[in-house]
Write a protein that binds this ligand. Sequence first.
Ligand code: AMP
Length: 148
Amino acid sequence: MPRYQRIMLAVDLTEESNIVAETAANLAKAFDAELHIVHVIEPISLAYGGDMPMDLSTVQEQIQEQAKTHLALFANRLGISQGRQHLIFGRPESEIHQVAEKQNADVIVVGSHGKHGLALLLGSTANGVLHGANRDVLAVRVGELTDT
Ligand code: AMP
């Protein structure tokens, strides 16, 4: 097994992030590695196709503020210092790759729903991160779909 020195934990800040974080924290402890955390805010315009008839900048700002607070709380619980907390705008898959590259992480830890059938074809963030990754990706199972 490789000796990981820098671990990039990707969280969507849902309840499931706790399970993913626990694994990443244990991994970091086992390897005495640096633990980083990233949360990507998807701009509303990107999520809804960019053709919005109203100005959503205030909503976007509120989302950003909430995400910032939530990420800081989450990271503090894990003992991750501010310099290792990354809050980024964009598409989760590509931004996770970029921050992992920038921080020189050896492994990215994401949650996976163990999707299959149609859900697998449609893809998920975990699949997106795995595709084209030039470092290890650890997909932590966070629950399964039974009917897709
Ligand atoms: P999903 O398949 O989109 O439900 O997400 C699975 C996993 O991808 C999550 O458990 C996180 O590890 C990661 N992920 C999803 N969305 C984000 C996000 N906005 N920022 C960072 N990581 C994310």
